[in-house]
Design a protein around this ligand. Structure first.
Ligand SMILES: Nc1ncnc2c1ncn2[C@@H]1O[C@H](COP(=O)(O)OP(=O)(O)O)[C@@H](O)[C@H]1O
Ligand SMILES: [Mg+2]
Length: 402
């Protein structure tokens, strides 16, 4: 009740609040905030120091961000409520909400450079950022349902700001930050699909996150290296999409391209051609606006172009019974159209797509699938011949369009 009341108060013109945090972009103060520490919500926005560094896609009122929009962005950094195994993990760690975890790590992440600095106990970015400082695996282990070592649980982790539904954790291996991701029942196919997508993109020379296979007992995992470092950041397509109001006569595709153009991001159309082609080929069903994006330099705010392709695991009928797999049947797609047959029409140029480079990809996929105890021989064979058919279908589309 108190928090509801403060939220109502925060939007009233005479509420000035008590600023207790500064939103930081690396070492640069962006604006002052009042955060209710019990619920981790932003109650008010104070002085704005660096308007151009306000996160991309926040609704603005002149040079000031709209509090509710900034709060959505902030709360959106927390682990989503839909994360597999979340309830058990929170119980293991004895933490009541994902918002509290978010505040525990000051909102720091391994995908961008934003964080909040508390006025009561100011911190030094150099000493706390996860790119250059070690972090505990306690939260990651809890998210994977592993019992925690006795003693104090260390909750300062980049896992507190990781998005997505699948179980995942960040680890450090020889100084490299790696994202380890699980799959979902019953086939645990997503990690295998990530490796397949990497191989396809590797063969085609398309920038991508390279996923390798690992194991948690008999369950497959995918592992990829952080493609962000201390100087860059990932901005999701969703936040880019929110930088302008969509006109009714524009499709989502046109609107996204116009937003990128307006921001001065180049290479986006070519990047989308490649992503849409991949998704058609492997029948990805979940390429929503948070599963692709663009990269910029955090200090100069210079746009570097589309992010490497990541998160392609929700594909190859991963959640379908084997007998229902039919590569010829149209399938649901995202984000621009609801069917792959329609979405593939957005591809403007096929010249880059060398089908001969994909020869034998099905054998590679078979070798991957064979390693998993959750994929039987029948499923493996159906999936591999489906992949061959999808390649033929895409090739036919490209031939008509060239
Ligand atoms: N290699 C990476 N480097 C930096 N950030 C990443 C990387 N892979 C994923 N992310 C970030 O983590 C989020 C969750 O990862 P994702 O692979 O999309 O998981 P899920 O399959 O559960 O959706 C992504 O939306 C992105 O913001
Ligand atoms: Mg995702």
């Amino acid at each position: 009740m108190v928090s509801c009341l403060s939220t109502v108060l925060a939007d009233s013109p005479w509420y000035h609040g008590h600023m207790n945090y500064t939103l930081m972009h690396k070492k640069l103060p962006v604006l002052e905030l009042e955060i209710a520490e019990d619920i981790a919500a932003i109650l008010a926005v104070g002085e704005v120091f660096a308007p151009e560094h306000i996160p991309v896609g926040i609704e603005m009122d002149g040079e000031r961000p709209v509090r509710s929009s900034l709060n959505r962005w902030w709360m959106g950094r927390a682990i989503p409520a839909s994360r597999s195994g979340l309830r058990d993990a929170l119980q293991l760690m004895d933490v009541s909400s994902t918002g509290l975890l978010l505040l525990k790590c000051f909102g720091l992440s391994l995908s961008d450079q934003y964080w909040v600095d508390s006025h009561a106990k100011p911190l030094d970015w150099d000493k706390i950022n996860f790119f250059e400082n070690e972090f505990s695996e306690d939260v990651g282990n809890a998210l994977f349902g592993r019992p925690l070592q006795s003693g104090e649980v260390n909750l300062i982790s980049p896992d507190n700001t990781s998005d997505g539904w699948l179980r995942k954790k960040w680890v450090i291996d020889k100084g490299r930050r790696l994202l380890v991701k699980g799959g979902s029942e019953p086939a645990y196919q997503e990690p295998l699909n990530e490796v397949l997508a990497s191989s396809i993109l590797q063969r085609l020379g398309v920038p991508h996150a390279q996923y390798e296979l690992a194991w948690d007992g008999d369950r497959p995992l995918s592992v990829c290296e952080d493609f962000i470092d201390t100087s860059t950041e990932l901005v999701s397509a969703w936040h880019v999409y929110k930088t302008a109001k969509k006109s009714n006569n524009h499709s989502d595709y046109t609107h996204y391209l116009r937003c990128c153009e307006e921001l001065g991001i180049s290479g986006v159309r070519d990047g989308l051609d490649r992503m849409i082609a991949l998704d058609y080929l492997i029948v990805n069903s979940d390429r929503h606006f948070n599963n692709f994006g663009v990269i910029r330099e955090a200090e100069s705010l210079v746009w570097l172009g589309p992010a490497p392709i990541f998160d392609s695991g929700t594909s190859m009928w991963h959640n379908q019974f084997s007998y229902r797999i039919n590569p010829l049947m149209d399938a649901p797609s995202k984000p621009f159209n609801t069917k792959h047959s329609a979405q593939v029409r957005h591809i403007t140029n096929f010249d880059w797509l060398d089908f001969s480079a994909l020869q034998g990809i099905e054998d590679e996929y078979a070798a991957l699938l064979e390693q998993s105890p959750f994929i039987d021989d029948a499923r493996r064979d159906v999936l591999c011949s489906a992949l061959v058919q999808r390649r033929a279908m895409l090739e036919a589309i490209a031939a008509r369009r060239r």
